[in-house]
Write a protein that binds this ligand. Structure first.
Ligand SMILES: [Fe+2]
Ligand SMILES: [Fe+2]
Length: 336
């Protein structure tokens, strides 16, 4: 059990650091016959500036793919400014990429993780975009199906998880942990799992309404700032409820993920049976990820001390059965 990213496998994400305003993309992320809304570049030598390889709106053909393979080219490049367009393209093609047996599972995990991060980042910048919320529902559906279909999907996703804290990385981590935990404790069918996933992925979307000074605060929040922070579940709930795109179970997770079983949580001070099973799952995963993520003002805790702290100091506020299953899941990520 470790928080360290497997740098050898994840290293290709950041290859070609010297390519200036270009970003490397894996060729396998391009689908034959699909049209891209961004230009694609190629670079034959490591220190060369990438040159235009494919214009926008030109379909990527099987022939082109073969020629690249013959030339042993594994990466192409896009302009950094097209990163969002690339991620949108990825999100559209994610389902077929995840179903391809010829793609390494770790690579699939990185593509999935990065697509999800990019989407949550976009939603945090414009949480009222119904179009982005629809894309997030598609991504949740694809991810849930993948987690159901592949026995070791979670183990691979865990390896590429980032523990540098940003609201968007945190959201994706809590989403992956929560859906896997819910599956392991036998909660719900795929349809309910999708509703749950919609809520978990966006559980902190209300933070987009807070003053960035509060979000980026390096020390202890003042009393007033803390009161403001405690409103983020209500902000998120209101934003998403007004859009009418999420099921009640999802909205419940967004509003209540900071409630405590013994009471004293926020925003509604619920306790015991008032807190449903889906919310209980999300709360455990949320606390764990917050503890194990690195912040500008604190180092990341390793998994075991974080679990020990949760057991020693928070267990009465958490669902014990789900917590035990969570400890087991982090200790045995490959088990099903
Ligand atoms: Fe939260
Ligand atoms: Fe959270």
């Amino acid at each position: 059990m470790t928080n360290t990213i497997d740098t050898t496998k994840a290293a290709w994400r950041v290859q070609a650091q010297g390519a200036g305003s270009f970003l490397p993309i894996q060729i396998i992320s391009l689908q034959v016959d699909s049209v891209t809304e961004f230009e694609i570049f190629v670079r034959s030598k490591p220190d060369e500036t990438p040159v235009l390889y494919r214009a926008k709106d030109l379909a990527f053909t099987e022939d082109a793919l073969q020629r690249l393979a013959e030339n042993k080219i594994t990466h192409l490049y896009i302009r950094s400014s097209d990163e969002r367009a690339y991620h949108r393209y990825m999100q559209q093609n994610l389902s077929s990429i995840l179903s391809r047996p010829d793609i390494d599972k770790e690579v699939k995990s990185v593509l999935l993780y990065d697509s999800a991060q990019s989407l949550v980042k976009e939603i945090m910048q414009d949480p009222r975009s119904g179009e982005a919320i629809r894309r997030s529902k598609n991504l949740v559906e694809t991810t849930v199906s993948y987690l159901y279909a592949e026995r070791d999907a979670f183990e691979h996703l865990l390896k590429v998880t980032s523990f540098d804290y940003y609201t968007y990385t945190h959201s994706v981590n809590v989403f992956v942990f929560s859906v896997t935990l819910a599956q392991r404790v036998g909660l719900g069918d795929p349809e309910h799992m999708r509703d749950f996933g919609d809520g978990v992925l966006l559980h902190d979307v209300g933070k987009s309404m807070l003053d960035p000074v509060i979000i980026n605060c390096r020390g202890k929040l003042s009393k007033k700032q803390w009161e403001s922070m405690k409103l983020h579940p209500v902000h998120g709930y209101e934003i998403l409820r007004r859009q009418g795109a999420l099921a009640d179970a999802a909205l419940d997770v967004v509003r209540h993920h900071h409630e405590k079983l013994q009471g004293g949580g926020y925003p509604d001070g619920l306790q015991g049976d008032q807190i449903g099973p889906w919310v209980r799952i999300c709360t455990i995963c949320d606390i764990f990820d917050a503890l194990t993520s690195k912040r500008s003002y604190k180092p990341a805790m390793q998994s075991f001390p974080a679990l020990a702290l949760m057991k020693d100091e928070m267990l009465n506020d958490l669902d014990r059965e789900y917590f035990r299953a969570f400890v087991d899941m982090m200790g045995h990520p490959s088990a099903t």
